[in-house]
Design a protein around this ligand. Structure first.
Ligand SMILES: [Zn+2]
Ligand SMILES: [Zn+2]
Length: 338
């Protein structure tokens, strides 16, 4: 195949497919992104004092799931199933100090107002949410959406992005299973561009129904379609799109989402030996009622290549695996796993 350029479904972003030879998953030399050694892990049970106070805790009491949090002056809540707390090194903060005014002629920074939380997905160090028992996967999704809903009530917050860095190469500084959530008064440009495209009438529902019939299709259930992105910027990247358009996932039925995430991330894990990856939730800017056409979705970017000079300098990404080839392996692994 000779190299070809493809434009993203939504963004002014391009990928160049330059597969030099038929790259199979086994051609990527991947070291498993999970780490077994948890001796110094501050997210493991018993180390609650090593993190900031939990803002949200799920635990089981008398056979029922209960939401609680740590309280000032009291011992940290133990026996938790999911636990969220502010990131020790936040990118956004709701407690801002005065910014230093720069000399004249120098750009003036704005305060990075918002929240940056860590959500520990399980008391078990390596129990990543797609590999956990189904009930735990759903508890993690519930916790993520509860936190998203809670941040959405701060009138200064304009964008909320949950994301997952899996493995050191994908930016995870701690290996314990965790998701992060950033809520900011700033709307990141990718969300703003997607919002503009959705407002102009572009429909991800029609993209999803076409991709479902294409050779990029990976897996579908009655509510979601997963497919390798037509112009994916990393090898094996894919999208999970709800069939029904909505600006936000808050309030959805968790079971079908749990199903599609478990199947697709499980397949990625199986064919590439637990590769590092990033996962992001693209949710509408706030207030959601003013962005009725935004179509929330999830994007997954395996970390199998390095964005180097050409990528960083041009905003155009060279990808050595076509989405058609990636989908073929992922789809086969989903079918084998189920
Ligand atoms: Zn741990
Ligand atoms: Zn997106």
């Amino acid at each position: 195949m000779s190299p070809e350029i493809r434009r993203d479904y939504l963004l002014e972003r391009y990928a160049i497919f330059a597969p030099s030879r038929g790259r199979r998953p086994s051609d990527f030399k991947v070291v498993s992104a999970s780490e077994q050694d948890n001796s110094r892990c501050p997210f493991c049970p018993g180390k609650e004092d090593q993190t900031p106070m939990a803002t949200y805790v799920l635990l089981e009491e008398d056979g029922k799931i209960k939401v609680t949090r740590d309280e000032e002056g009291k011992a940290r809540v133990t026996g938790w199933l999911v636990r969220a707390f502010p990131n020790l090194y936040p990118a956004f903060s709701s407690e801002l100090s005065q910014l230093t005014v720069p000399p004249e002629g120098v750009p003036v920074p704005e305060s990075a107002y918002g929240y940056h939380e860590v959500l520990v997905e399980s008391p078990i160090h390596n129990q990543h949410f797609w590999l956990a028992p189904e009930r735990q996967t759903q508890l993690v999704l519930r916790a993520v959406l509860d936190r998203v809903e809670s941040f959405s009530k701060d009138g200064k917050v304009r964008a909320i992005m949950p994301f997952r860095n899996h493995g050191r190469e994908a930016g995870a500084s701690l290996s314990h299973a965790h998701t992060q959530i950033v809520a900011s008064s700033f709307v990141p440009p990718i969300l703003a561009q997607e919002d503009q495209v959705f407002s102009s009438g572009r429909s991800l529902s029609s993209v999803a129904s076409k991709e479902e019939l294409s050779d990029r299709h990976i897996y579908s259930n009655d509510q979601y379609v997963a497919f390798a992105s037509w112009a994916g910027v990393t090898p094996y990247s894919f999208m999970i799109v709800p069939r029904q358009q909505s600006p936000t996932p808050v309030g959805i039925d968790l079971k079908p989402l749990s199903d599609v995430l478990r199947k697709t991330l499980g397949a990625l894990h199986d064919i590439l030996n637990d590769p590092p990856f990033n996962l992001v939730w693209h949710i509408s800017p706030l207030p959601w009622s003013e962005h009725p056409k935004f179509h929330w979705h999830i994007e997954v970017y395996p970390k199998l290549s390095i964005w180097a000079g050409y990528e960083l300098g041009s905003g155009t990404y060279i990808n050595v695996v076509t989405p058609e080839s990636a989908a073929q392996y992922l789809k086969a692994a989903v079918e084998k796993g189920s």
